[in-house]
Design a protein around this ligand. Structure first.
Ligand code: CO
Length: 134
């Protein structure tokens, strides 16, 4: 059911510092920061030949990654995103297999303008999983 790894998201406290690390130390192609008020984050996209890394910094007071950064002040891997062809079929299959879908279970439009859902980390080996319909 799942296809390609679309991205790995890393929460960071200092986006400029993290961007410089990926650009200058790791030698990657790094985008300008994009504010995404609907998601409470500012994102920098790191383009790799086979996937993307998203550096996420909190935007606004109620950012969903603020608590994560409180627990992980150095930053840390926040979620991984797998591509699916049909997000509703994927959701139904996941639920039928006992996986918990976060929120109200209805896909939201994610950071790339495509429908996404998040799955409970306790059901996936401690990793927050995002699925995105491509
Ligand atoms: Co994501």
């Amino acid at each position: 059911m799942i296809g390609r790894l679309n991205h790995v998201a890393i929460a960071v406290a200092d986006l400029d510092k993290a961007s410089a690390l990926y650009r200058d130390t790791l030698g990657a192609v790094v985008s300008a920061p994009h504010d995404q008020p609907a998601h409470g984050v500012t994102v920098v996209f790191v383009e790799l030949p086979n996937t993307k890394i998203e550096l996420l910094a909190p935007l606004g007071a109620s950012s969903p990654i603020a608590k994560f950064l409180e627990r992980n002040p150095d930053g840390g891997m926040h979620h991984i995103c797998y591509e699916v062809d049909d997000i509703l079929a994927a959701r139904d299959r996941l639920k039928a297999n006992g996986a918990r879908v976060l929120g109200d279970g209805e896909p939201r439009i994610g950071a790339h303008g495509k429908p996404v859902l998040f799955l409970h980390p306790k059901d996936f080996n401690g990793a927050l999983v995002e699925i995105e319909q491509i």
